[in-house]
Design a protein around this ligand. Structure first.
Ligand code: FAD
Length: 471
């Protein structure tokens, strides 16, 4: 017999009840299936996924003395029954990843296992608590963040399960799988993977813990500085959380613990915890409304006359809008797969308001380009910025990218870091952007400012007024 662990997210050994349950069933067979869903993910997140899988594989080999992660290509409803037949297992365990596509895969796997007398068991681990625990008095889902956060804090966050098992007995005769080192999960990455590799942060569970520790050491100023892209003031945990290399419950528990021991960090860490609740809010909404990455939450927004594909969108994706903060952010994302939250809000607002372009086009570009891509957070935030989500920022609140830059990048060091030709000598980071470009793109190295913000703002407001009158 074997204990089969089917990994989707939660690529970690600590606080992983699914792993514990699989180990209790028998020698561990941990499998990751590269299916159509993975292949449809954006290139940057596939590239990051591969690094996460390699790291977990190395950790498993260490604890099992030689047996790593089994990686197979195919559809889970075929692969997993084959493993059940091979091992005689009665259960397949998964740390539940509640994305709609995964829900469909889980149903198909359940149906395929039933005739074999086996079942799929889902375990918690990806969220702070089960969505059923945070409900309004009427039993519905909270649509507004503040009461959601209050209710979550009132029910309490689930405690993290035990630490990682020290030694693991592995299933001795696994079928042969794909060689992780040779696996090219993102051959279509723009500019090749080399550009992202140059600026990559360490992946995996140990790196996530180290990052959290380091962040908590300096968290005193998080509440004051978290909006400053020129400072390194945020945790940088989103890549790890997106893949579940550390659990949100562990992050919560460690942060709370530090807060209780060091009073000077109470404000900073308190604010950090409320950001973690935004992630939770996004997922609870997404579970309730799985169309969130396709349709506006507020259905009347389906009639808004968003522009579809257009040349301004093209310039936005190429980071050539002529608006310094926007282009700096888009270049940062192209080169590193990351972008500061404040800048994400600014570039998203610019696309949806000044350029009146459909938020779904921006969301897809982010999904293709972000290493921390998370379908719930991405969709919720795009809808928030565009004004069509629950608890959204109203459409008429239009960020002025120049004022945002003055306020949050006061010395211009963020823009200078990412924008060759903006001021002074270009940095290595700024020049790396050009290495990522296909030869067919004629991007001038001499960045030029393009005005027109006021005019575009007026047009956006006029379109909104017309829409409101028609509604
Ligand atoms: P910190 O400030 O240290 O925050 C700690 C954690 O809280 C983050 O790691 C993240 O898990 C969570 N968090 C913080 N802000 C938010 C938020 N606004 N919404 C949801 N969770 C939040 N985040 C993703 O993880 N994946 C995405 O695909 C994604 N797409 C976004 C798209 C847009 C248009 C916008 C405006 C925001 C998006 N975010 C997304 C949220 C946010 O920008 C990132 O989580 C944050 O920048 C990550 O940096 P950090 O880990 O240093 O955050």
């Amino acid at each position: 017999k074997a204990g089969i662990l089917w990994l989707a997210r939660d690529l970690r050994l600590s606080d992983n009840p699914a792993l514990r349950a699989a180990i209790d069933d028998g020698p561990l067979l941990a499998v990751f299936v590269i299916d159509g869903q993975v292949e449809r993910q954006g290139a940057a997140s596939r590239w990051r996924l591969q690094r996460g899988l390699c790291s977990l594989d190395a950790e498993l080999r260490r604890r099992t003395r030689g047996s790593g992660l089994l990686v197979l290509r195919g559809e889970a409803e075929q692969v997993l029954p084959d493993l059940v037949r091979l091992t005689g297992a009665k259960s397949v365990h998964q740390s539940d990843w509640p994305a709609p596509g995964m829900r469909d895969a889980q149903d198909r796997v359940r149906n395929a296992l039933t005739p074999l007398g086996a079942r799929l068991i889902l375990h918690p681990g990806f969220l702070l608590t089960h969505p059923g625990n945070v409900r309004t008095a009427q039993g519905g889902v909270y649509r507004v963040y503040t009461p959601f956060a209050r209710a979550l804090r009132a029910v309490g966050v689930d405690r993290p399960a035990a630490a990682a098992p020290e030694a693991i007995v592995a299933f001795s005769k696994p079928p042969s799988g794909l060689a992780l080192a040779e696996l090219q999960l993102a051959p279509d990455m723009h500019g090749g993977a080399e550009v992202l590799e140059r600026f990559a942060l360490p992946a995996g569970e140990a790196a996530a813990f180290a990052r959290l520790d380091e962040f908590l050491d300096h968290a005193t100023s998080y509440d004051a500085d978290r909006d400053r892209p020129d400072l390194d003031a945020t945790s940088g945990l989103s890549e790890h959380l997106a893949l579940g290399e550390i659990s949100p419950r562990t992050v919560w528990a460690m942060a709370r613990d530090r807060m209780e021991r060091e009073a000077s960090k109470a404000d900073g860490i308190g604010k950090f915890l409320s950001e973690l609740i935004w992630r939770e809010f996004a997922w609870h909404l997404f579970i309730d409304f799985p169309q969130m990455d396709r349709s506006p939450w507020r259905s009347e927004w389906s009639a808004f006359p968003w522009r579809r594909s257009n040349t301004s969108l093209e310039r936005w994706t190429r980071a050539e809008t002529g608006i310094a903060l926007v282009d700096a952010g888009m270049r940062e994302m192209r080169v590193t797969g990351r972008m500061h939250n404040r800048v994400r809000m600014v570039v998203a607002s610019y696309l949806t308001k000044h350029l009146l372009t459909d938020w779904r086009l921006g969301m897809s570009h982010f999904a293709e380009s972000l290493t921390d891509w998370d379908p719930a957070s991405n969709a919720m935030n795009w809808q928030w910025v565009a004004g069509c989500g629950p608890d959204a920022s109203p459409f008429f609140r239009i960020f002025n990218p120049e004022k945002q830059a003055t306020q949050y990048d006061p010395q211009g060091s963020y823009r200078r870091r990412w924008l060759a030709g903006w001021m002074g000598k270009p940095t290595d980071e700024a020049m790396a952007y050009f290495d990522s470009l296909p030869s067919s793109w004629q991007v001038s190295r001499d960045w030029r400012e393009r005005g027109g913000l006021d005019e575009a703002r007026k047009q956006a407001l006029a379109a909104f007024e017309e829409f409101k009158e028609g509604a």
